[in-house]
Design a protein around this ligand. Structure first.
Ligand code: HEM
Ligand SMILES: *[C@@H]1O[C@H](CO)[C@@H](O)[C@H](O)[C@H]1NC(C)=O
Length: 318
């Protein structure tokens, strides 16, 4: 009898613990009853946006990365600066670079029309990033939901937490490790550079002096990115298939055709060489690792429960 009672008490404690943990966790079913059409609303708006401009899939994916790495996936990157508020949009890694905000606004407007003041901007960004990857032929994954939106942003955290294109391998590993992500996650997530574009200013030194750059590739890139001028001129991060989400990025690294110095650091005689070779030859392994790493990145520091708010306009606090 006493034993049975103890078992019951233990079971109760276990269930209470589970419930407490679930409270602070994300779930794919979070909006199942409050906004049942959420995923299809986001998917159709992203389909339109990517049909209009394929690069938008890349721009939104990067927005999600830049949101998550700065005080967690809390929609902070979406806040506009005002005279009394300094946000993240004008931090070094984002200024004249982060884009896609109008697309998030349009998706948010559609979501608000269907489910008023229910779905966070942070979750809309997480879903849109996944949909963009799928639209360009990449892997899919189940998006965890239930993030709430920050009531603050941090330009200084954006400047210090986002790794720059001149980073070496040690710095890349440590920037991801600071967010609880492994070196393998870092190498898989860098495969996002299989789509999208970079400005000359971010790769000029790479094509003008890096020892491990492919000579003909560097010469090609220097045509629109000379040693001075043309800072804003764009080049695809993946020279071969810039609008397909595939494993070509890693194949490029094998022939020293990474566009950014930080890209080529993943294949430069260091700890990630074997993994780059693996991803370059096995798209299924890359797809699987990328999808799993995106879920882990999406779990960085979410605001849950009663923290934060559900912003009505992604650009402003309520
Ligand atoms: C590993 C460290 C990383 C560094 C140093 C880095 C750096 C950069 C830089 C310098 C650009 C070009 C920006 C510009 O010229 O305006 C860029 C573009 C991009 N990055 Fe990264 N990145 C990193 C990781 C990631 C991750 C983890 C993701 C997403 C999972 C990502 C997604 C993208 C995408 C999709 C673009 C193209 C955006 C567009 O075309 O609008 N990057 N990155
Ligand atoms: C440079 O790229 C070409 C293909 O464009 C390739 O044949 C060559 O092996 C590369 N060079 C190096 C050093 O990887």
């Amino acid at each position: 009898m006493a034993a049975l009672l103890t078992t019951r008490i233990l079971l109760f404690c276990f269930l209470a613990l589970l419930a407490g943990a679930a409270d602070a966790q994300l779930s794919p079913a979070f909006y199942d009853s409050s906004c049942p059409n959420l995923e299809s609303i986001v998917r159709s708006a992203m389909t339109q946006a990517v049909n209009r401009e394929q690069r938008m899939a890349a721009s939104i994916l990067r927005l999600f990365f830049h949101d998550c790495f700065v005080n967690g996936c809390d929609g902070s990157i979406l806040l506009d600066d005002t005279s009394s508020f300094t946000g993240e949009k004008n931090a070094g890694p984002n200024a004249n670079s982060a884009r896609g905000f109008e697309v998030i606004d349009a998706i948010k407007a559609n979501v608000e029309a269907a489910c008023r003041a229910t779905v966070s901007c942070a979750d809309i960004l997480a879903l849109s990033a996944r949909d963009g990857v799928v639209l360009l032929g990449g892997p899919t994954w189940t998006v965890q939901l239930g993030r709430r939106d920050a009531r603050t942003a941090s330009q200084s955290a954006a400047n210090s937490n986002l790794p720059g294109p001149g980073s070496n391998l040690r710095q890349l590993v440590s920037a991801f490790s600071a967010k609880g992500l492994s070196a393998r996650d870092m190498t898989a997530l860098s495969g996002a550079h299989t789509i999208g574009q970079a400005r000359c200013a971010t790769f000029r030194s790479r094509i003008n002096g890096d020892a491990n750059v492919n000579a003909s590739f560097a010469a090609l890139r220097r045509r629109s990115c000379p040693s001075s001028g043309g800072d804003g001129s764009l080049a695809p991060l993946d020279v071969q298939t810039p609008a397909a989400f595939d494993n070509q990025y890693y194949q490029n690294l094998l022939v020293q055709q990474g566009l950014l110095h930080s890209d080529q650091e993943l294949f430069n005689g260091g700890s990630q060489d074997a993994l780059v070779r693996l991803y370059s030859s096995d798209a299924a392994v890359f797809n699987r690792d990328f999808a799993a790493a995106m879920v882990r990145m999406g779990n960085i520091g979410p605001l849950t429960g009663s923290r934060g708010e559900i912003r009505v306009n992604c650009r402003r606090l309520n």
